[in-house]
Ligand binder design. Structure first.
Ligand SMILES: [Cu+2]
Length: 317
């Protein structure tokens, strides 16, 4: 089935219209859950909704002929230089996940946003039960090429027919690809020591936002991207939202920020002091800074997402 040819003719409301402050405030926040604690029907509803995104036309009004599914990768890769290795990394991705969840809802998913708690799998990540639910490693017997990039195609699970449209800024339709890798010389292993419970405890013990963000982003966050993406997978390039796993991973990252904030909510729900840019130019991020979303939704301020229990977000873990 060629999903790209199944573009729905019905127009899709933009995400901007879907994530609106709730008139009644946030009296009953949604509780986000580990993906594996959803029941089988909810897991299927989730993965069906992901596939549904790839049947809808682009919603970001940039004249793209690609799908709503690809909008997320398109926006992420075009903003890559300003949303990583600096203060806005956590708030930007917090809202990005929220926009994605809003679109899953439009595609029939009625459950809470879910995360992948990879600490549960750190002893042997390649054997995680998550792979039986979301498809596993790429298949070395099924490799595609776009330009110089090889892709090791995922040939099992609910996403085996996905055809992401981009590789970074190029239009380069290809199979969804994974390439389990430890970052060194042992393909198929996944360096679980970078994202086990002890590592998370060390990071949670950081006192400042800048230290917390730096360790979280560079150690477990980056390690999961390279462990799943390797050389021939989607999780490695800046079009990593090509892999549905991206959003379960980033919800876990958001959860760890939330838990760290809970450790001293009064101070940490305001603390965004960090480098504003990468490479560093001496300027510091502040809650008034604007987060850009290129039409995926209206731009917001960092202040709008410093707590998850407000009118705009309204969830806990
Ligand atoms: Cu990112």
């Amino acid at each position: 089935m060629q999903l790209l040819r199944l573009l729905s003719l019905s127009s899709v409301a933009s995400a901007a219209a879907l994530v609106q402050p709730r008139a009644g405030g946030c009296a009953t926040p949604e509780k986000r859950v580990e993906f594996r604690s959803l029941d089988a029907a909810a897991q299927k509803q989730y993965t069906d909704a992901v596939m549904c995104l790839a049947t809808k036309p682009s919603g970001i009004n940039l004249g793209l002929n690609t799908t709503l599914y690809d909008d997320f990768s398109y926006v992420h890769t075009h903003l890559n230089q300003i949303i990583h290795f600096c203060g806005q990394f956590l708030p930007w991705h917090r809202y990005f996940v929220q926009l994605y969840h809003a679109q899953l809802r439009e595609c029939g998913y009625t459950g809470p946003m879910a995360y992948w708690d990879w600490t549960l799998d750190a002893a042997d990540p390649a054997k995680s039960s998550i792979w039986t639910l979301l498809g596993g490693n790429g298949n070395p017997d099924k490799v595609e090429k776009t330009g110089a990039q090889e892709w090791m195609c995922v040939t099992d699970g609910p996403f085996r027919e996905l055809r992401p449209a981009y590789r970074e800024k190029e239009y380069a339709p290809h199979c969804l690809a994974r390439d389990f890798f430890d970052g060194k010389e042992r393909p198929g292993t996944m360096r679980g020591s970078a994202y086990n419970a002890q590592e998370v405890e060390f990071i949670n013990g950081q006192k400042t936002y800048a230290d917390f963000r730096l360790y979280l982003e560079s150690i477990p966050h980056g390690s999961i991207h390279s462990a799943v993406g390797g050389q021939k997978g989607d999780m490695k390039p800046s079009t990593s939202p090509n892999d549905p796993l991206f959003f379960l991973h980033h919800t876990q990252i958001d959860r760890l920020w939330y838990l760290w904030q809970q450790g001293d909510a009064e101070a940490r729900n305001k603390d965004i002091t960090d480098d504003k840019t990468y490479p560093v130019d001496g300027t510091k991020s502040a809650v008034e800074d604007v987060l850009q979303f290129m039409g995926l939704a209206a731009d917001i301020k960092i202040a709008d997402v410093m707590t998850t229990q407000n009118d705009l977000l309204c969830y806990t873990y």
